[in-house]
Design a protein around this ligand. Sequence first.
Ligand code: GLN
Length: 206
Amino acid sequence: MSIRIGVLALQGDIEENLNAVKRALSTLSIDGDAIQVKYPEQIEHIDGIVIPGGESTVIGTLAALNGSLKLIRDRVSDGMPALGTCAGMIIMAKKAYDRVVGETRQKLLSLLDITVERNAFGRQIDSFEAHLSIPVIGKEPFKGVFIRAPIVKDHTDNVEVLASLQGKVVAVKQGNIIGTSFHPELADDLRLHTYFVDTVLSYAKR
Ligand code: GLN
């Protein structure tokens, strides 16, 4: 069996996620590929999806315009695994607001029972790296790359917290969905992508 993982390729760090997924597949010796997906007909034929970091308003607007937002929502509600990094996590949230401008009324997937605060650590200039403890992927600290990063301000009890930083939730899991405030695709550490790829494999085998 071969698995196919789509990286939503509308805007953001698409190449970095494609590379991380490809390397994760090869590290795990899984037969499969990572491909760019833009259109609903491509999203029909994948076993998992990554929504990259970038600008969540742009990704959400483009995905709504071409119909892929609705299909991603349907497929992920139906159990297909999804990984959202930074802007990708924002798009998967039920609610989002900006730390400075407040309500943004942007297009969201409303799949993760979280409220995110966008740009919670400040602007581009306030971007930083920090070592995170993420017990589900192992004991070694994970280098979190935070770029105009959001935080999970609120979540329901069915959301599992995977990592926090300075008391702020920065990685979550709810069933088949993983969301991170930071960019694991920029960390040169494949553990979060291999964790995700493993869930895609179980889903494809079901
Ligand atoms: N600040 C961006 C947003 O709100 C996210 C930044 C990122 O993905 N690095 O969409």
